[in-house]
Design a protein around this ligand. Structure first.
Ligand code: NIG
Ligand code: FE
Length: 425
């Protein structure tokens, strides 16, 4: 298929101007949601008029928005940890679960015991679930390898996953996630550095927490990232305030993620920087974490982003619409603020905002048709509003009850999904 005409939508989400690498949250109100048409040609957004096309889409009553960009997941991983979740909610402390062999160590065991094919099959299924919930680009991480060979394998599997899925996928080396048994955090950082230098990854990440790594290790990862030309990302201030944000900013981090316990003095410097605040309300809800000062961050002009944190421990959540609903409720964010955080600003985190994240002529045609107005996404909490997902101009997911909008009465030819697998520069 070479062209698609999406006609007479009730709302089309547009940025206030073209070419923005991100939009600070104090400007989210400038996003427009006006009625209109969208034309897709040769995998790109061609314009905002109704034109002749191979496929005509009836968008009456619908919102058309950019595909969601899930900028923080832990794909690929092996298995789940549902029993651990039950223990957690019934009052067993995390430390006790970890002592009993749970937590990251448990997922590391599952990964080690699973074949490459089993790991990739689970991750591919989840990538399909992401797509059906509107995620047209995502990030994955290493981090469950827990040994030099295990992490190198996780990086290789991450790239194999990227080659198999419809969505463009970035891979982050979370080589400093947990301290493997029998070593120390200091000693493991030497291994993490070797992995960072040798593995094919797009960005580097580290988990700063009393049970993992500290701010000195974060600074060291910052130096490695700078030296190897990778973006620095960091899991910080999740369970307690360690004042990691000033360190991350000093090292030019692309994002700081979690921030449930962000220190009030760190709000203004973070908001003034080009470093995104990636908030993960799924992990907050399911882990009973504190709520970050998200309203303050938005008002101060931070580059806010939302993501699922999809992982078997803290957030087995694949739905960006659910995350948007949680963000609006927990943070007191407007619909525009939450959609911005799930699209353009999330694309910025992945270094892809020149190609993805907003409806602009010339950008890759990763576009969602929602089954109602944008305001329904957080409001109808738990409902999946994605009627049609386009990847590079191809309808790669059509909800069966919405197929009439495309004139399709039967499921799409799977070959059209393959056509969406075009690389993003
Ligand atoms: O983002 N905080 C550290 N890492 C993950 C959870 C890892 C796990 O429990 O499996 C997170 O929440
Ligand atoms: Fe995470």
């Amino acid at each position: 298929m070479t062209s698609v005409s999406i006609r007479a939508a009730a709302q089309v989400l547009r940025p206030p101007e073209d070419g923005l690498p991100y939009l600070r949250h104090d400007r989210a109100g400038e996003l427009t949601l006006e009625p209109g048409d969208v034309l897709l040609e040769d995998g790109r957004i061609a314009g905002f008029e109704a034109g002749d096309a191979d496929l005509v889409v009836d968008a009456a009553g619908c919102a058309v928005v950019p595909g969601f960009v899930d900028c923080h997941t832990h794909l690929p991983f092996a298995g789940w940890r549902a029993q651990e979740y039950e223990r957690k909610v019934t009052g067993v402390p995390y430390q006790e679960i970890a002592r009993a062999g749970g937590g990251i160590a448990s997922s590391a065991r599952s990964l080690a015991e699973s074949s490459d094919e089993d790991v990739l099959a689970q991750a591919e299924t989840l990538a399909r679930e992401l797509l059906q919930h509107g995620t047209t680009a995502f990030e994955g991480k290493t981090g469950y390898g827990l040994s030099r060979a295990g992490e190198a394998r996780a990086a290789r599997l991450g790239r194999e996953l990227a080659a198999r899925v419809v969505q463009p996928m970035r891979l982050t080396g979370l080589f400093a996630h947990a301290v493997p048994p029998g070593t120390t955090a200091d000693a493991w950082m030497d291994e993490a550095e070797t992995l960072a230098r040798e593995c094919d990854v797009d960005a580097l990440d580290i988990f700063v927490e009393s049970v993992a790594f500290d701010n000195e290790h974060l600074a060291r990862m910052g130096a490695i990232a700078r030296d190897t030309g990778r973006a620095l990302r960091a899991h910080v201030e999740q369970f307690a305030a360690h004042r990691s944000v000033p360190v991350a900013l000093e090292w030019g981090a692309r994002s700081v993620d979690h921030l449930s316990c962000l220190h009030p003095d760190d709000v203004a410097p973070l908001a003034a920087s080009d470093c995104a605040a990636v908030l993960l309300p799924g992990a907050e809800l399911l882990g009973g974490e504190h709520t970050p000062p998200a309203r303050e961050l938005a008002d101060a002009g931070a580059i806010g982003a939302l993501a699922t944190d999809l992982n078997p421990g803290t957030s087995p959540v694949a739905s960006m619409p659910v995350i948007i609903g949680l963000g609006v409720r927990r943070y007191g964010w407007s619909v525009r603020e939450a959609l911005l955080a799930a699209t353009l600003n999330a694309a910025w985190v992945l270094g892809w905002s020149h190609e993805l994240g907003s409806l602009e002529s010339g950008k890759r045609a990763d576009v969602l048709l929602l089954d109602g107005p944008a305001e329904h996404v957080p409001y109808r909490f738990g409902h999946n509003p994605v009627a049609v997902a386009f990847s590079a101009g191809e309808p790669v997911w059509v909800r069966p009850d919405q197929a009439w909008r495309l004139g399709h009465e039967k499921p799409l030819d799977p070959a059209s999904a393959a056509a969406g697998r075009r690389r993003v520069p």
